[in-house]
Design a protein around this ligand. Structure first.
Ligand code: AGP
Length: 607
């Protein structure tokens, strides 16, 4: 939710800022803007629309030169999409950009109004800049410490004080900020993708800390004004990982990166004898001792990965597992204690509701384990244990490779726990691991089905409603298929447990309604076929996905996607890839913005 970047150094700031904003645009694309020092004046250029519109405006001003500035790409929360509501915001001597939400902005606005100060925009951010200006009497550090006492909510700020040319002050509470010092100068941003061009080494600005960026160095202060040395982190991917690399969209590239993402996630976790080995993740063998229930909590696609994880855990461990939507879990007064293991799943590691759910779990003394893609992110740092998915940067708003990498971690956990608890013998565990490894070539094969996926997409692109049906693991996967299609094609769809259709929803199935039937599970296959007959009898256009080339009565379907055969437990991996391709090509055929769908953003750091 909003991408921010600050640069001060030796080179042209506008180039660093614009390139950084292009890399961060997946975080929000309602409007964009930059503000740069021009000697002791701060010049601001902002516009609604994407960074490309901002770039045009900047290019049209060749006289705009600076070596210090800040940039923002917005996902609107408070106040509509307009030039006035775009960042940076300026009041008096202060110009700033913000990622997060100031929850008490209304109260602060009333206080400031009493002082005769009124905003021009409808944003919470403008209230923050007014407050900081009001508190500012020449000492930025003092001012920011005081501002922290007033501000409630989440924020990452990059701030320019008019009388401090060349210096950027940054402040963080809840929203992420990462920084590095490099040859060109000092850079700070919401995400490493904007820094990778300059350095592979970086640090995460700790919560409630202030960073002061000059061209020569970055100094970090804690709330008591003490200088601290944050822990340096290192990324093992490079610029090319954060670029399209010849693909028309990031989403397609990320779909194709799945074999590699799975290899990187699974291979380092295999020990001799083909058994799972999570020692490098720091997971103690005793983690399940005394655990009598597992709660998986996450949002969106990550939550859908949890639905699959639940089936695997319950099958193998016989421990009750529930999957909770994080935004619900945190307000439900859930029953948790020291015998509960809470697993949070998040690609970004910054999703506000998932982070709040994790904090709630900790306050209830649960053991916490997170499955996270972004190193050093808040969820990773705050969990007792973390297992990283090594999927590399995921830029498209629609999650693909992170999802299958999350599944692979859940499977590794399930196998490891089952082995530890004596629920799987070494021999059986090794067979399961063999099955997990087979998903990689099977996904490679599935990717060759793209012409079929394209053809099916051509036939569903104009529909208004679509249903995904499945049973067991296939139902859990259908939920993911549905969100994927909805978010990038804007076609309404629903995922239904196939046996549940006849209890109401079947009335929506009429002549030509597309139904994607995921039928990979042998134990319920014949039941699925009966359910498919039910929708077929109402005239549904059926797209049937099976595990292997089962003999099916061809009158039952319009399209048949026979996945490379895998044992039942592993079919969600290949089926997921087909559903991703269907969503992708449908969005492309509808001429939509695949990577940056309307109203959405990649990293949801608001509640
Ligand atoms: C998936 O395609 C989404 N765009 C979305 O549901 C996402 O999975 C969700 O917001 C959770 O994000 P996280 O994994 O970064 O926590």
């Amino acid at each position: 939710m909003c991408g921010i970047i600050g640069f001060t150094g030796q080179t042209e700031a506008k180039n660093v800022l614009l390139e950084g904003l292009e890399a961060l645009e997946y975080r929000g694309y309602d409007s964009a803007g930059i503000a740069c020092f021009n000697n002791d004046v701060i010049d601001t250029i902002k516009t609604t629309g994407k960074v490309s519109s901002l770039r045009k405006k900047v290019v049209a001003m060749p006289e705009f030169h600076s070596t210090c500035g800040i940039g923002h790409t917005r996902w609107a929360t408070h106040g509509g999409v307009s030039d006035t509501n775009s960042h940076p915001h300026t009041f008096g001597k202060v110009t700033l950009i913000h990622n997060g939400i100031i929850e008490n902005y209304h109260e602060l606005e009333t206080k400031l109004a009493a002082e005769g100060k009124f905003p021009v925009s409808q944003t919470d951010t403008e209230i923050a800049v007014m407050l900081i200006d009001y508190l500012y009497h020449g000492n930025p550090m003092e001012t920011l410490k005081k501002a922290m006492d007033y501000l409630e909510g989440t924020y990452a700020f990059c701030i320019l004080f008019k009388d401090r040319p060349g210096v950027i002050y940054c402040l963080r509470n809840g929203s992420p900020l990462v920084a590095c010092h490099c040859e060109e100068g000092s850079v700070i941003a919401s995400d490493m993708v904007a820094l990778i061009k300059y350095s592979k080494e970086y640090f995460v600005l700790p919560e409630q800390h202030i960073a002061v960026l000059t061209k020569d160095q970055i100094t970090v202060f804690d709330a008591k004004d003490k200088v601290v040395m944050p822990k340096m982190l290192y990324v093992n991917w490079d610029m090319s990982a954060a670029m399209k690399g010849g693909y028309p969209h990031f989403m397609l590239k990320e779909i194709y990166e799945q074999p590699e993402a799975l290899r990187s996630t699974i291979m380092p976790r295999i020990a001799k004898g083909n058994l799972p080995d999570l020692t490098n993740d720091g997971l103690p063998h005793t983690i399940l001792d005394s655990v009598n229930r597992i709660i998986i909590t996450a949002c969106g696609t990550a939550m859908h990965a949890g639905l699959i994880g639940r089936v695997m855990f319950e099958r193998l461990l016989r421990i009750p597992v529930t999957v909770e939507i994080a935004s619900e879990f945190r307000y439900q007064k859930p029953i948790i204690d020291s015998n509960t293991l809470v697993i949070t799943i998040s690609q970004s590691g910054e999703t506000a509701d998932t982070l709040a759910a994790l904090r709630l779990a900790k306050s209830g003394h649960a053991k916490t384990l997170s499955i996270v893609n972004v190193k050093g992110s808040s969820i990773a740092r705050e969990s007792d244990y973390v297992m990283y998915t090594h999927a590399g940067p995921e830029i498209a708003v629609a999650s693909t490779k992170a999802y299958t990498a999350q599944l692979s971690c859940l499977y590794l956990l399930a196998f490891d726990f089952a082995l530890e608890k004596g629920r799987l013998s070494e021999e059986d565990c090794s067979k399961e691991m063999e099955g997990l490894l087979q998903i990689i070539p099977a996904i490679e094969k599935t990717l060759t089905f793209h012409p079929l996926a394209k053809e099916i997409s051509r036939n569903i692109k104009d529909c208004e409603d679509l249903f995904f049906i499945g049973r067991g693991l296939d139902y859990a996967l259908s939920c993911e298929g549905s969100i994927k299609l909805k978010e990038i094609s804007y076609i309404h769809s629903e995922a239904y447990a196939a046996g549940e259709l006849k209890h109401g929803t079947l009335s929506l199935v009429t002549e030509g309604t597309p139904v994607i039937a995921v039928a990979t599970q042998s134990s319920v296959y014949s039941k699925m076929i009966s359910n498919i007959r039910e929708v077929r009898a109402r005239g549904a256009m059926v797209i049937l996905i099976t595990n292997g080339n089962n003999t099916v009565d061809s009158s039952l379907y319009d399209y048949h996607v026979p996945l490379p055969y895998l044992s039942d437990n592993f079919a969600p991996f290949t089926a997921a890839v087909v559903l991703q391709m269907l969503a992708y090509y449908t969005s492309v055929q509808r001429g939509l913005d695949v990577d940056q769908p309307r109203n959405l953003a990649k990293s949801v750091t608001v509640e």
